[in-house]
Design a protein around this ligand. Structure first.
Ligand code: NAD
Ligand code: UFG
Length: 338
């Protein structure tokens, strides 16, 4: 079975391609390399012994995307990761985010529809919940007003998929990721942030290795036990494995409806200070950090209710926070030695 993986040279996509290939799927990656490197294809081959197909293509290009689908008749399904994901940048350049994230999704769905390709697995985010009223948050929680154009693209994308599958033969699973971190055990693939990282873990590991002087902890006056904000961090390999389970479920017609959504988290919340403690304990490296003002737009706390994903998908995140820190640090060290 051949699966199209859009955004497959990116962070989560590359880990998913590895898991797909290790589970017998053939993969063709489409990526325009706007936030990743072609060498990732070599790294995937190094890990799995199998070279995935790769096409450098901008999925917002309607004609070229239609042409891709015409040339790849034998596709059994798609996992759509391709998107821009920098929350802050999306506030400054909303049209870029709507055009890229919505335009590429529409072209992919059109290509699937025109060529009778189903199913699709879509990368959504817990950002669709905003600050939930009840924690842990379940898939039934209301979708709140998005805090950024990026978050809005995920809400719109979910709606586009829901309305499209209602009138086509495409089936879908929407996966709402919590906070993916860590890297593959081989340290051959991982997160490659361009410029100054926005996210906690790449900033933390870059500080520990000396690229950044100090990690700023954004706020210690939240209504949490130690005052710092809480997230549900999930190891990227656990996340990648859930995509294989999702595509298996769809291809084996195990879905209960034409579109299903699942939270992908561990179900455990960790504060920023707890993450720092875990990093220092696991790696033995002392981190330079200071408490600063809250970051605008951050929510206070969120963690997943994973009951539905655990029972329906038969999938459960296995790796804990210490393992996430260990692999993130191993990856940062590997980058430094390159
Ligand atoms: P990433 O930037 O590493 O990967 C995305 C890939 O998509 C990149 O390789 C990029 O070059 C490619 N891409 C972007 N626009 C494209 C286009 N128009 N045509 C072709 N390729 C294009 O990001 P990631 O962290 O791997 O995220 C993957 C998906 O998961 C995204 O949809 C993201 O929004 C979603 N997500 C990520 C997180 C997170 O914290 N990393 C959380 C929730 C959801
Ligand atoms: N944080 C710091 N210092 C930093 C960076 C982050 O204290 O330098 C804190 C944040 O305030 C937050 C926590 O660390 O409390 C996690 O922040 P991240 O930026 O790593 O992640 P977010 O939860 O803000 O957002 C991430 C992705 C979004 C995605 C969301 C849910 O950036 O794209 O997870 O999946 F939508």
């Amino acid at each position: 079975m051949k699966i199209l993986v859009t955004g497959g040279t990116g962070y989560i996509g590359s880990h998913t391609v590895v898991e797909l290939q290790q589970n017998g799927y053939e993969v063709v990656i489409v990526d325009n390399l706007s936030n990743s490197h072609a060498e990732v294809v070599d790294r995937i081959e190094e890990i799995t012994g199998i070279r995935p197909g790769f096409e450098n293509l901008d999925l917002t290009n309607t004609e070229k995307t239609a042409d891709f689908f015409k040339r790849h008749k034998g596709l059994s399904g798609a996992i759509h990761f391709a998107a821009l994901k920098a929350v802050g940048e999306s506030v400054d350049k909303p049209l870029l985010y709507y055009k890229n994230n919505i335009g590429s999704l529409i072209n992919v769905l059109q290509g699937m529809n025109d060529n009778n390709i189903s199913p699709i697995v879509f990368s959504s985010s817990c950002t669709v919940y905003g600050q939930p009223d009840i924690l842990p948050v379940t898939e039934k929680a209301p979708i709140k007003k998005a805090l950024s154009p990026y978050g809005h693209t995920k809400q719109i994308a979910e709606e586009i998929i829901e309305t499209t599958v209602a009138t086509s033969s495409i089936k879908a699973i929407l996966l709402r990721y919590f906070n993916p971190i860590g890297a593959h055990e081989s340290a051959l693939i991982g997160e490659l942030p361009l410029g100054v990282p926005n996210n906690l873990i790449p900033f933390l590991t870059q500080t520990a290795i000396g690229i950044r002087e100090m990690l700023s902890v954004f706020g210690d006056d939240y209504n949490t036990p130690d005052g710092t904000a809480i997230r549900d961090y999930i190891h990227v390999v656990d996340l990648a494995k859930a995509h294989v389970v999702a595509i298996d479920r769809l291809l084996n017609n195990k879905g209960k409806s034409k579109v299903e959504m699942f939270n992908l988290g561990t179900g455990n919340g960790f504060s920023v200070l707890e993450v720092i403690n875990s990093f220092e304990k696991t790696t033995g490296v002392k981190l330079n950090y200071k408490i600063v003002e809250r970051r605008a737009g951050d929510i206070e706390k969120v963690w997943a209710d994973t009951t539905f994903a655990n029972s329906e998908l038969g999938w459960k995140a296995e790796k804990g926070i210490d393992e996430m820190m260990r692999s993130a640090w191993k990856w940062e060290l590997a980058l430094a030695n390159n």
